[in-house]
Design a protein around this ligand. Structure first.
Ligand SMILES: Nc1ncnc2c1ncn2[C@@H]1O[C@H](COP(=O)(O)OP(=O)(O)O)[C@@H](O)[C@H]1O
Ligand SMILES: [Mg+2]
Length: 222
């Protein structure tokens, strides 16, 4: 899996948010995107996921232009705010996960994921009764159900307390070690403890920097 971003620019109406951003991400990379509120982090992710439409030639997945791309189940995504979700209809955590499985995941895989995220004991609870942190973890499990190649998390620790944050980052690290490509967005500066491989900084004035951590020269680059 390779993601190529090629001079990406994006505007909401007349307001430009992203200007000439280029980067490449390969399987197994762990990208942290940081920048203060309003710097365009979520906007960038929405471009990557096709919610914000970009012009042909700007984003490629394995050389397929995003405007022709169809395999969205290759991405697991947990959005920053859950306002888009409507749970007027009462449903349990277990039921929600069951109907969210597009690929055949068996019951025990689902349970393992729940356990890993520390929400095993709320499987029979009504989704509307959960705290923000619990809901977030349920959505992470849901994002993992279809066995994605890339997991994208937009400010996942915003409503999680400090102790759960450490547990959460460890779980993400385990998934990364298992070969999953991670894109994690944060507006905090406490990123040094994360084992990321690439860092995209968005400065909020249309400038960005993209760097590889440790600057290991990869095979095939020279
Ligand atoms: N749907 C939208 N329409 C118009 N402007 C938007 C929309 N979404 C975000 N913005 C604006 O784009 C800028 C970047 O927002 P966002 O990508 O959410 O930043 P971040 O995720 O870094 O906090 C902000 O000024 C925000 O107000
Ligand atoms: Mg955001």
């Amino acid at each position: 899996m390779q993601i190529n971003i090629n001079n990406l620019s994006f505007a909401y109406g007349a307001k430009t948010i992203i200007s000439n951003l280029s980067l490449t991400l390969n399987s197994g990379d762990y990208l942290v995107i940081r920048g203060k509120n309003g710097s365009g982090k979520s906007t960038f992710i929405k471009c990557l996921l096709g919610f914000n439409q970009v012009k042909a030639g700007m984003i490629f997945y394995d050389k397929v232009d995003i405007t022709a791309f169809k395999s969205w189940t290759r991405f697991g995504y947990v959005s920053q705010s859950f306002d888009d979700f409507n749970y007027e209809f009462p449903i349990t955590v277990g039921e929600l996960l069951q109907i969210s499985s597009l690929k055949k995941t068996n019951e025990s895989d689902r349970l393992k994921l729940l356990e890993k995220m520390g929400i095993f004991d709320i499987i029979n609870q009504n989704i509307n009764s959960l705290s923000g942190g619990q809901l977030q973890r349920v959505f992470i499990v849901r994002a993992m159900l279809n066995n994605p190649e890339v997991l994208i998390l937009d400010e996942p620790t915003a409503s999680i307390d400090k102790q759960n944050k450490i547990f959460f980052y460890n779980t993400i690290e385990e998934l990364h070690q298992a070969g999953l490509t991670i894109v994690l967005i944060t507006h905090n500066d406490d990123i040094e403890e994360l084992n990321y491989t690439h860092l995209l900084s968005m400065y909020g004035d249309l400038t960005t920097s993209f760097e590889e951590r440790g600057v290991e020269v990869k095979e095939g680059v020279l």
